[in-house]
Structure formats: structure tokens, C-alpha cells
Design a protein around this ligand. Structure first.
Ligand code: FAD
Length: 426
């Protein structure tokens, strides 16, 4: 052991949720250390839709304009069956502060959050990998490997990471936001259990000559979703849910390299399959594809942990729970929860009631997640509802990028009465 660092609050993971927590804390005068095992923010668009409540959260942090400037604004969600439009849900009709969605690649969002953190005087400690946790009476001791990169190879240059030194971080409160394949969740012995069906999706970010409309298109055909999200520039994301192949969870690791070296699963992600998927699954015109900018496939398991706090450690973001991908709830709930948890910490840090307040807050989150997991059961179709909509209502509701009252109001445009117990619009 060569180094020691102390802080009142330590955040593990500088993904969007860890960074949002650090930013909300910093703006409230609480300086947290934030570490990440990677050497930089993610290089890909991964989750890319910010919903109205997330935009409100960014507004409170004073950065909504910068986000909107870097985004593509979407006003409507159009649902198709295999051949025609069945429903249109209009955000622009809602009387709310931000009646639209902002489509921002996750890489841009992360870069923006990092630059805001810098402005607040918080530097992310990149190349710091958390390895072991030791519980103490008044806090946590975390063992962290400081990594260095060493270039290797001649024909194809690449690098490997070596441990430069091991540092002990001592902290009163540790917020674990180390993502879907959370190592610290495993170290804490906290199990994540499945609360829904895992789905697999192939994603293609494309550049086309079709001018993107201000709408997200979603087709539901034989239970499988196909989605087109317009993006800034002439780009858009095509996402195809598929069956018949189970992807390992390391497909969810975030990419940092600007270029993907090889296309595994050529059969799934190759050009030929993309054109077949467009022909058979897109009931709209995708235009002529000039180039495919990025391809990926990922499994989306819907799950939550059995316990959100263990001593002085709290799990946040994908480390704590995940949702179905199309509605982008994993990202949006996480961002809004980050702001709320930071608020609780600001109020009670250093006080004996902090852990109790955190538990109350985490209980609220769980109630909201359960509501999102069970949208089908909380929904009551009205007589005017289209039979196709009624039959597919669980999928339709889960793919609406909204929460709280906004989600209820969007559901009412489908003539579905949604009764969500104790939901809070952040
Ligand atoms: C290919 C892909 C496509 C996706 N598409 C969608 C989608 O369509 N819809 C949707 O809702 N969501 C999607 N997601 C998920 C979305 O990106 C996440 O919900 C979001 O990033 C969650 O943020 P987070 O901060 O909790 O975790 P992450 O963004 O995963 O961040 C975790 C951070 O922790 C760091 N870390 C991990 N282990 C350690 C350690 N031991 N020590 C230090 N640091 C560590 C990682 O380097 C990472 O930066 C996708 C993800 C991927 C990878």
C-alpha cells in the first residue's frame, strides 16, 4: 500500500450517474472524490434519450441549455405495427417545462458532465480501479489500483494496463455507480435478481440521406421492437430487438476506443443482416444509408438488487437496477435519482440521521421502480382505446421515455388510464 486519500464522500464510477451525483453534490458545496477504472468518458452513443424530468433536473443544475444545444429535439413518438401507424403520442401537447425529448449521444452527455465538473473544480480520477472494500465503524476503506497504460505490439499497436500503485481511500460514505457488471456489488455480496424478461438488441448508428423528422419511430411486430431514434446531424439509431441468440453480459462493457477493431457476430451486425432487418422490420423509409457509424449488440436484463445500502455504501444507477431499453428509463431514472440522493446527502452529511434519510430515499426509489416494472398491471384501458394498443399496452408504456405524471399524461393520449402509486416527478 503506497498512498492514502480521505474524503467525506467517494463516488465509484464516472458514468452519467456517478458524474451527475458528483455535480449535484459539488453545486451544493459537497466535494466528493470520483474515480473510474477507464481512462476517459465513453466513446459511444449507448443510451441517448433524455426525458422531460431529466431536462428539468439539468435545468436546476444550470446546464440544460448546453445539453439542448448539443441535442436533436423530438416532439412525438409514433407507434407502428408491421405496416402502418397505429398511435402517435405528442409530448408537445403537454403543459410542462420541457415538452420534448433531447436526443444526445451518451458520449456527448458524459463529456459535458465532465466539463461541468471541471468548472466546479472536481477532477475525475481516471485509471483508478476499485478492487476491495473494508467496512469500518464510521465508514469505508476502499482499495484502489492506480493504472498506467503501456503500449505494446508492433504490427498492430495497442496497450495494456498495469498497476502503478495501490491506494487506500477512506470515506464516510461511498456511492457505487460502477454500472451493469458492478464489481463492488459482487464484493458486497449483494445479489441482483431478475424482475422481467431479458431482451437482446442489435444497434446501428447510421448516416442517411433521409431528413430526420422530430419523432421516434417504434414498431411492435410479433412482440419484437424495432426503433429509429433521430440524432443530431444526418444520423439516426436503428435498434432491433432479436431472439434466438443469447449475448453474454460483457457485451455491456462501455467502449472507449474511437474505432471498433473487429465485428464479432458478423452474422448479426454485418451489412447484409442490417439490410434484411430494414427490409423486413422497418415499416417506414430509412433513406439511403451512406455509412454505418457504429454497430453493437447488447443484452438488457431487467433486474434489481436485493439491498441498496450496505453499511456506508449505497448502490446507484445500473449497479442497482435496470429497465427495458427503449424508454431509456435506466439512464433517466438514474440521473434524476442522482440529483435527489445528492440533495439528501447535502442536508444530512455529518449528521447521525444520514443513513436513515438515505434509507427513506432509497425506499422511494424502489417504489417507483416497482411501478415501472409493472406498468401493465397498473394500466386500465378506456373504451375508446384501440384493441391493438390494449393488446400491446405493456410494451407501449414501457417504451415511452417519461416518468411520473408525464408518463400518466402520455398514457392518457393512448386512452390508457395509468395509476402509478406514489410516483414523484423529480
Ligand atoms: C452498447 C450499449 C447500449 C445501450 N443502450 C441503451 C438503451 O438503448 N437504452 C437504455 O436505457 N440504456 C442503454 N444502455 C445502458 C446505459 O448506457 C446505462 O443505463 C447508463 O450508462 C447507466 O449509467 P451508470 O452511470 O449507472 O453506469 P455506466 O455508464 O456503465 O458507468 C459505470 C462506470 O463505472 C466504471 N467502473 C466499472 N467498474 C469499476 C471499478 N471497479 N472501479 C472504478 N470504476 C469502475 C466504468 O468504467 C464506467 O465508466 C446501453 C449500454 C450499452 C453499453
Amino acid at each position: 500500500m503506497f498512498g492514502k486519500r480521505n474524503s467525506e464522500t467517494l463516488i465509484v464510477g464516472a458514468g452519467p450517474i456517478g458524474m451527475m451525483t458528483a455535480l449535484a453534490l459539488a453545486q451544493n458545496g459537497v466535494r466528493a472524490n470520483i474515480i473510474d477504472k477507464a481512462n476517459r468518458t465513453c466513446a459511444r452513443s449507448n443510451a441517448l434519450v433524455l426525458n422531460p424530468a431529466s431536462l428539468e433536473a439539468f435545468n436546476r443544475l444550470g446546464i440544460v441549455d448546453r445539453i439542448i444545444d448539443n441535442s436533436f429535439r423530438v416532439d412525438e413518438i409514433v407507434f407502428y405495427d408491421d405496416s402502418q401507424v397505429r398511435e402517435t403520442v405528442k409530448l408537445k401537447d403537454l403543459d410542462i417545462a420541457f415538452p420534448f425529448l433531447a436526443i444526445v449521444p451518451q458520449s456527448s452527455l458524459e463529456d459535458l458532465l465532465e466539463s461541468e465538473l471541471k468548472r466546479e473544480g472536481v477532477s475525475i480520477l481516471w485509471n483508478h480501479r476499485a478492487t476491495h472494500i473494508k467496512h469500518m465503524i464510521n465508514g469505508i476503506e476502499l482499495e484502489v489500483d492506480k493504472l498506467v497504460e503501456r503500449s505494446i505490439g508492433y504490427a498492430v499497436a495497442h496497450s495494456e494496463k498495469l498497476v502503478d500503485k495501490t491506494i487506500s481511500f477512506q470515506t464516510k460514505l461511498m456511492l457505487v455507480a460502477d454500472g451493469y457488471n458492478s464489481l463492488l456489488r459482487d464484493r458486497l455480496g449483494i445479489e441482483a435478481t431478475s424482475v422481467g424478461q431479458t431482451s437482446q438488441h442489435a444497434l446501428f448508428d447510421i448516416e442517411t440521406d433521409a431528413y430526420p423528422d422530430r419523432e421516434i419511430r417504434i414498431s411492435i411486430n410479433k412482440g419484437l421492437e424495432t426503433v429509429q431514434y433521430p440524432m443530431i446531424g444526418d444520423m439516426s439509431r436503428l435498434a432491433f430487438q432479436f431472439e434466438g441468440m443469447t449475448l453474454p453480459s460483457d457485451y455491456r462493457e462501455k467502449e472507449r476506443m474511437p474505432v471498433q477493431a473487429s465485428f464479432e457476430q458478423e452474422k448479426l451486425l454485418g451489412d447484409r443482416h442490417l439490410y434484411e432487418l430494414i427490409q423486413s422490420r422497418c415499416p417506414w423509409n430509412t433513406g439511403y444509408i451512406n455509412r454505418v457509424i457504429w454497430r453493437a449488440a447488447a443484452p438488457f436484463e431487467i433486474r434489481k438488487v436485493k439491498m441498496l445500502r450496505e453499511g456506508h455504501t449505497v448502490l446507484l444507477g445500473d449497479a442497482a437496477r435496470t429497465f427495458a431499453p427503449t424508454g431509456m428509463a435506466s439512464l433517466n431514472q438514474g440521473l434524476q435519482e442522482a440529483e435527489r440522493i445528492a440533495d439528501t446527502i447535502k442536508n444530512d452529511l455529518g449528521k447521525s440521521e444520514l443513513l436513515l434519510s438515505l434509507d427513506r430515499q432509497l425506499e422511494e426509489f424502489e417504489t417507483e421502480w416497482d411501478a415501472l416494472y409493472h406498468l401493465g398491471t397498473h394500466s386500465h384501458p378506456l373504451d375508446m382505446a384501440d384493441p391493438w394498443t390494449v393488446a400491446n399496452r405493456k410494451q407501449l408504456l414501457q417504451s415511452l421515455p417519461a416518468n411520473g405524471e408525464t408518463l400518466e399524461r402520455l398514457a392518457s393520449q393512448l386512452f390508457i388510464h395509468l395509476v402509478i402509486p406514489q410516483m414523484v416527478d423529480a
